[in-house]
Ligand binder design. Sequence first.
Ligand code: MN
Length: 756
Amino acid sequence: MENEEIAVQQKYEELLEACKSVQQLSVEDENNIFRAFTLARNAHADTRRKSGELYIFHPLAVALIAVKEVGLGPIAVVCALLHDVVEDTDITLENLNSIFGPRVARIVDGVTKIDKASMIAEQNDDFSSQAENYKKILLAMCDDAYVIFLKLCDRLHNMRTLQSMKDTKKLAISSETQYLYVPLAHRLGLYSIKTELEELVMQYTNPDKYAEIAAQISKTVGTELKLKECFTAPIRELLDEHHFHYTIKTRVKSVYSCWKKMQNKGVQFDEIYDLYAMRIILDVPETEGMDESEQRKLEKEECFKVFALVTSLFHPQPARFRDWITTPKNNGYESLHTTVMSPIGHWVEVQIRTTRMDRIAEKGMAAHFLYKEAHPDQATQNSPVEEWLQQIRTSLEDPNKSALDLVEEFKETLYTKEIYIFTPKGETIKMPSRSTVLDFAYAIHSQLGEHCIGAKVNARVVPLGYRLHSGEQVQVLTSQKTFPSEEWLSQAQTPRAKEHIKDYIRNKKKEYREAGEDKLRDFMKRNSMRITADRIARLKRYFNVDSDTELYYRIATDAISEEQLKQCFHLEKNAPNMLFLRPFQDLFDNGTTTPAGSDTKRRGLKPPTISPFLTDSDHENLESQPAPCCKPVQGDRVIGIVSGDKIMVHRTNCPNAIHEMSTHEDRIVRTRWRPGEKIAFLTGISITAIDRKGLLQELTRIISEELDLNMRAITLEASEGVARGLLMLYVHNLGDLDQLMGRIRTLEGVEQVQRV
Ligand code: MN
């Protein structure tokens, strides 16, 4: 016990030491770290992890990873120490808020929310509810970049100590790591963490293959030594001769990336040609009086000089040359890559970069973030991490996207590739892959985007939505008569263009407001009414619009016609529409249950003219109809499900609908009843009764005379004294139906009345 206490103390001191070696700590920082440690130590008290180790070792280890392996500062250390106290102990967020301030509380809250959501996701096989949970994870993550960094540190430590968990838990945590945390580490540029996570995931999910490849790699130790002699040594000699200051690092490919290459390229282990890689990191000191662009130019020249020296010694493979210095990757990565043949017949990849480039390469996007955190007083622009989070936040706010879409889209942003487009003047513009002409136009100038009608791509005319390819030269074509419209939103891919288009439409709608108001006032006057708040509310309900602006916009642009306005205020007598449901046609076509006279009745039915349902604006153009399985009637709570080119509207408790909703979340359409429509719905009621004389007559009398409902068909069969009947009839709403069912239940001998 005492030994343990000493070990805890030692770990804490190691942490403090590590913090100090990364940056100078103020007295306040040091106090905060101490308070966080003490609080966590006491809160977790004697709790132990599955491995038997005291729980406090976990937050200490996470904090150490944050400092040593990511390079984060005091805030991260405090939050790392506290990251599990809210979830696992009596400490509340309010406690943290009052001791450490709102930022620490918010970050810990984010980490806690992620833990909760992933726990639910773990226990759930169903993909759409998993997506729902991933969405929660993303929401929590976007709150503060620290939440992501800490969550990655936390996950790394959990993966390192997964051994003591149950096998199912190992698999669940590993697959979540592969699905979410590996891509995140990649996107942030935390490459060593990414590699380690991948290695760990493979050890748990594919242990046999892992062991097999690891064994093959360890057999190549001899080759590595030989390479040092006949490859690294001559390069060193030559670089020294030319007075370069440099560091050389060599690495053998990780097990996971060997395996991935074998899978992707369908090659054997011996055929992997970049098993060995060498990195030459050049020290290019900053020259006094040189501005940044001159310094960058110098760095580039030095890298190319080294490239020339290396390829003078060893023959390069031209197809494997990459110049990420002239055009850096969008995560900021800069480096020269070449693959050369070594004297012992192995290809070796050589990466050439400067110390500055190496820092960015090792930490990627994180490097920018860390720099900004370390220099809070410098007014730097948003770091790429923050820009990226902002981009995710914007797309999470889009109410028209399902959780599934959002997660897919998010995954896409993790692997965004960039393309390079040339302007007519030959300048390069970096765009995300999948960008269209419209995106490009907006990227150059919002004015250009607003009037864009297409472009000349390599002298060929293409439309707005044309997807650009790297290396194309694009001349945007404009017309002063062209303006953004709703359709443009589907032609643009980048958040920047979409935001501009939305802004434009929003402003336009405001402008139309006045015109719409005039038009409505005029209409009201002609029908001797005045605009009142009640009437506006009624219009909004009827046409399913959220805001006054939207309503006036639609009236001004005739999206809502005068006819429709009349209908809303019942100024036009329209006969109730009949709905005829296809599936029931069979009921009457099939000889056994055909009641007399059905043919003449059918001729009197009209197909529906207006759908009884209102759906969200994305699905307005789809025809919606009641689902034949649960036959909703007005008043039932309903949900629409896209099926082919139609929306089938189910009752929300319909088993078919529940199944569909859980598996195809993307097909769910918010649907409600169009208010005020007098439509009759065909519905069915089954009856079980003790058979007696006169039952049929009584039923028909109640329906047609007493309740004045339109009956479609009635069948009644009796055997062994029990009568089973099926009534098909039209009702206007749930009220009608309940009344009828209640009335039938009061009949003598009736045992059961159910909706079909
Ligand atoms: Mn944890």
